[in-house]
Every structure is written in C-alpha cells, then in structure tokens.
Design a protein around this ligand. Structure first.
Ligand SMILES: C[S@@+](CC[C@H](N)C(=O)[O-])C[C@H]1O[C@@H](n2cnc3c(N)ncnc32)[C@H](O)[C@@H]1O
Length: 243
C-alpha cells in the first residue's frame, strides 16, 4: 500500500513515522510512505502556500494550486482523503475500507482550511476525527494512519489480539488484568486464575457486553446478540445493579 502525506510540516510527520507499528510497516515494505512538503509545490519565491480568503475575515487559507500539484505529483489512481472537521467521523468501517486501497493521499489542512474548489473537484472523501477543531490535519492524519496500519496483516506480530479489540465485533473489549494478583487489597477476578478456558471465554464475553451496555449502549443497537449473549448481558446487569 502506498500512503502519501501532503503537509506544510514534513518534519512533524517524519518524526512520527520512526516509531511503533507505522515504522515496522515501512521497514517490512508493507507500506511505502511518501511525505510531500507542500512548500515544494509553491511557485512563490518565498515558498508561500497560503493566502487571504475572498470576502475578508480573519485567517488564511491553503491555496488550491500547491495542493493540486502535490496531488498530481503522485500520479493517477490514489484516493484523495482530506482530513477535515466537516468530514464524516472515522469509524472502524472507514478503516476497513481504506486498508483495501492500493494508494491513498492524506491531505492536511492548516489555518482556515483549504480552498473549497479543491475539495469539490479533487477530494474523494473528507474524514474527521471528531466534533471539535484542531489546528491542522497532521495529527488527524496520524490518527487515521495508526488505526489503518495496525490492521494490515503482517504488520502486528499478533493480528488476533488486534481483531479482538473494541469495535471489531461491534462491542467494547472486556477488561484486562496483569500481575500482581492483589494490589491495594484489590484482587484480579478469580475466574481469570482458574485456567478454565470456557469459563474465561464466557466471563470475557459477559464483560464485553456489559461494558458496552454501560458505556456505549448506542453500539448494541447494531449488534445481533445470540441467545447466550442475552443471557450473559442479563447476568451482568443483575450482578451490577447495586454497584
Ligand atoms: C483550524 S482547522 C480549520 C477549520 C475550519 N475553518 C472549519 O471551521 O471547519 C485547520 C485544519 O485542521 C484540520 N482539522 C481540524 N479539526 C479536524 C478534525 N476534527 N478532523 C480532521 N481534521 C481536522 C483540517 O485539515 C483543517 O483544514
């Protein structure tokens, strides 16, 4: 997969790709990563890429032309994604769609954003990390990149642990515990210590259903619960009703 990154802060992105699974994916040649410094595509003597918006008002705008040139420089066929608070919120389904693409270009806005003509004519999709505004698209694109890379087979050591995580089956993941067995008089749930895999599986499923019910009941509307799930969720509610 080829991932292109259009930014006015290439150094910011360069430091990020030296760490974690993104770095591993690059080293294993599973992704090819190209950082396109927007200023390299400016025809201005001072390499400026922004200008004042028509109609007045505060703030500057990233100009159409440098971004268009950057997009064109990677050739045809890339899917152009603009990180924007006005885009659709990124969900696991968005990530699953993007990992099947052979080439994507992530376009990071700054200031007031980018010229609308660019969005209308050259952007395939606008995506958002949430209903709030940050100062630039770089962090948003990195969020997308991390979510994407960890789901590409061959990148994480253990894809199974990733496929058990929250949202994969529409639910939140069950809680985890590690050593010591007791700390500050708080013990690990006994069921996790008895080595009975079937009991552990049931407990984890019950907790996954219960935590989703407590924290994100909206998710349950989109999950088809089995008879066992219904029973486990009732058990969870019963066990926690006085807590
Ligand atoms: C200050 S914001 C511009 C906000 C724009 N004027 C508006 O009100 O819709 C500058 C850039 O940050 C990025 N950005 C800000 N918030 C974002 C979000 N929630 N998701 C994705 N990108 C975001 C976008 O690339 C945007 O062009």
């Amino acid at each position: 997969m080829i991932i292109n990154f259009v930014t006015i802060f290439p150094e910011f992105v360069e430091s990020f790709i030296n760490f974690g699974l993104v770095n591993k994916a690059i080293k294993k040649n599973i992704i090819q990563f190209n950082i396109l410094s927007l200023r390299d595509f400016s025809d201005d003597n001072q390499r400026r890429v922004d200008d004042k918006p028509y109609g007045g008002g505060s703030g500057m705008l990233l100009r159409y032309e440098p971004i268009k040139k950057a997009i064109d420089s990677v050739g045809e066929g890339a899917y152009n994604i603009y990180l924007s608070p006005q885009g659709r919120k990124i969900k696991i389904q968005t990530i699953n769609r993007f990992i099947n693409m052979s080439e994507i270009t992530l376009i990071c806005g700054r200031y007031e954003g980018v010229d609308q003509r660019l969005i209308d004519n050259h952007i395939d999709e606008e995506v958002s990390i949430g209903d709030y505004v940050i100062s630039g698209g770089e962090l948003a694109a990195m969020v997308l990149l991390e979510a994407l890379v960890r789901r590409i087979p061959g990148v994480p050591e253990d894809i199974d642990s990733i496929l058990n995580e929250s949202f994969e089956d529409g639910l939140l993941e069950h809680p985890h515990f590690s050593r010591p067995e007791t700390i500050d008089d708080i013990s690990v749930p006994k069921v996790l210590l008895n080595g009975n895999h079937e009991e552990i599986r049931r407990w984890r499923r019950k907790m996954s259903l219960g935590m989703t019910f407590m924290k994100r009941p909206d998710l349950l509307k989109n999950v088809k619960l089995t008879k066992e799930d219904d029973k486990l969720l009732k058990e969870y509610i019963e066990e926690h009703k006085n807590k």
